[in-house]
Ligand binder design. Sequence first.
Ligand SMILES: Nc1ncnc2c1ncn2[C@@H]1O[C@H](COP(=O)(O)OP(=O)(O)O)[C@@H](O)[C@H]1O
Ligand SMILES: Cc1ncc(COP(=O)(O)O)c(N)n1
Length: 270
Amino acid sequence: MKQIPCALTIAGTDPSGGAGVQADLKTFQELKVYGMSAITSIVAQNTTGVRDVHHIPVEMIRQQLQSVSEDMPIHALKTGMIAQKNMMEAFKEWLEKVDAFYVMDPVMVAQSGDPLIESESREYLKKQLLPLTTLVTPNIPEAEHLTGETIETEEDMKMAAKHIVTDLGAGAALVKGGHLNGKAIDYLFDGSRIQSFETERIDSANTHGTGCTYSAAITANLSRGHSLGKAVEEAKYYVTEAIRYSFDLGKGNGPTNHFAVREEVFNKWL
Ligand SMILES: Nc1ncnc2c1ncn2[C@@H]1O[C@H](COP(=O)(O)OP(=O)(O)O)[C@@H](O)[C@H]1O
Ligand SMILES: Cc1ncc(COP(=O)(O)O)c(N)n1
C-alpha cells in the first residue's frame, strides 16, 4: 500500500488561526499530507499584532522532536519561528539525525512589526541552520538581513537569492516579492538557475500568514516527491488563491483562505 506523505512543522502558534503552526497544519491538510507539529513558542496574537509570547523550555522542544522522529516517518519538515539560540541548537542537533527535505521560513518579524526572534539567534540561524536547508524562503526584509544588502528591484532580488545560496550555503533560496510594489513576483535560485514565479498583485490587506502558508505548501509538495520547481510552482498557486479568496476576519490583516483551491468550496466563495 502507498504511504501517505508526512510533513512536520516546527514553529510558534497563532490562536487566531492565521499564521504559525495553525496555518501550517491547515495547509498540510488541504494538500492531503499527514501533518505534524512541534511548538517552539506560544504566541498571544491575532490579526492586529502580538500581545505576549511564552517560550517553550528547550528540553520540551527536544522531547517533542524526539517523540515525532522516533515513531513517525518525516518526508519533509519546515521551521517557522524559532526565537532563541538554545532552541536552534537543540533543533540542529536533532536535524543532523533526520533524513528529510528541510524548508526554512526565516521568520524574524510579524507583519504587524512585532519581533519574533531574538537578535543573537539571527546570526545562529544564518551561520548554522541555513547551510542545512533544502530551501529558504525569505521575504524582502529577511533577505536584506541575511545578505546585508538593500533590495529595491527585481535585479536585487535575484542577486540576493544567488548570494544566499552561493555565499551563505543554503540549498536553494526563494526570495519573495510580497513587500515590493507591482506584480507579486518571487525568484528561486537552486544553485544553477534562476526561475521566477509571477502573479498579479491582489488588492487585499488580508495577508496575515501568507509566508507561513506558502512555505508549508512547498513543504507539503516536497513531501509528496515533487521537484523543487514544481513544489514552488504549485505552492505559489495555493497561496495566491488563498489571498484572492481571503477572509475579512478580524480588525487587522485578515487570514488566508485554505479552502480556496478546493473546487466545491471555491465556488461557494465566488
Ligand atoms: N497582495 C498580494 N497579491 C498576490 N500575491 C501576494 C500578495 N502579497 C504577497 N503575495 C505573495 O505571497 C507570498 C508570500 O510573500 P510575502 O508577503 O513576501 O511573505 P511574508 O508573509 O513572509 O512577508 C509570495 O508569493 C508573494 O509574492
Ligand atoms: C508564530 C508566528 N509565526 C510566523 C508569523 C509570521 O507570519 P506571516 O506569514 O504573516 O509573515 C507569525 N505572525 N506568527
